[in-house]
Design a protein around this ligand. Structure first.
Ligand SMILES: O=C(O)CCC(=O)C(=O)O
Length: 249
């Protein structure tokens, strides 16, 4: 009997689950400190696809952050995390990367509706994201929302979003088909964690509140899964096109 059985059943049915207080106060305070320091130290050093800003020049998202700070990779590779990832993937996990979705107060940008695997391009669709709340996250401050059970739809058609941080979105035609009753915005406190399937359609609204909504993410894939090189190549070409259009490269 695994103590996360109920969470996993929810994940299998809806494509996501919440694990309340997965991290202790001490663990989350430590991660929070490292994230704050990282943003402070690197906001004027990172470039191109690794960083995106809001219109008032606050950091909105930071990508591949494990490449620049070894603590983040060590955090992702802790046994506690790998055991959970393995349980959810039903397979040996392989760590992919960590990202920071800082979504600052008042100006934090929306993330358009997308499936992670359109950007990751793994062939067997067996991948998950741990989305760790560093602040309270809810409908009022641009909390992450999911389309329930959308992981059962397979890989959907995407198009360029021209939105910094999430360069692909599902098409308008598909967005129109979504029933409001299938949209869920989990209410989180610091230390809570969401797990979503790499095919679960998700996004977040702008943060117009007075409170930041920081999330730290860790991506894992099934160690056996391989990349769809054609899809990955076209994703990268489209990302470069968008970065050029914004003068980020
Ligand atoms: O935190 C957000 O607003 C977006 C996060 C996201 O798209 C992801 O974790 O894949």
């Amino acid at each position: 009997m695994n103590k996360f059985n109920k969470n996993k059943s929810h994940f299998n049915k809806y494509g996501y689950c919440i694990i309340n207080s997965f991290f202790s106060r001490k663990e989350i305070n430590n991660l929070d400190k490292k994230v704050k320091k990282f943003i402070e130290k690197k906001s004027n050093k990172l470039k191109g696809k690794n960083i995106n800003f809001t219109k008032n020049k606050s950091v909105n998202t930071m990508h591949d952050v494990n490449k620049f700070e070894s603590f983040f990779k060590k955090f992702a590779l802790r046994k506690k995390n790998l055991d959970l990832a393995s349980f959810f993937l039903d397979s040996k996990p392989e760590f992919r990367k960590c990202e920071i979705f800082a979504k600052p107060a008042k100006t934090g940008l929306p993330a358009p509706l997308h499936q992670d695997n359109f950007l990751w391009a793994i062939k067997n669709n067996n991948g998950i994201t741990f989305w760790i709340a560093l602040d309270k996250s809810n409908k009022n401050n641009g909390g992450l929302y999911y389309i329930k059970s959308s992981h059962k739809l397979g890989l959907l058609k995407h198009e360029n979003s021209f939105m910094p941080g999430t360069s692909q979105k599902i098409s308008k035609k598909l967005v129109k088909k979504i029933r409001l009753s299938d949209v869920i915005t989990p209410n989180l406190k610091p230390g809570d964690m969401l797990i979503h399937h790499c095919l679960t359609v998700h996004g977040s609204n702008a943060n117009k509140s007075l409170k930041p909504r920081r999330g730290f993410t860790i991506q894992y894939k099934d160690k056996k899964s391989v990349y769809n090189k054609k899809l990955l190549k076209s994703y990268k070409i489209n990302l470069i096109k968008q970065l050029k259009a914004r003068n980020q490269i």
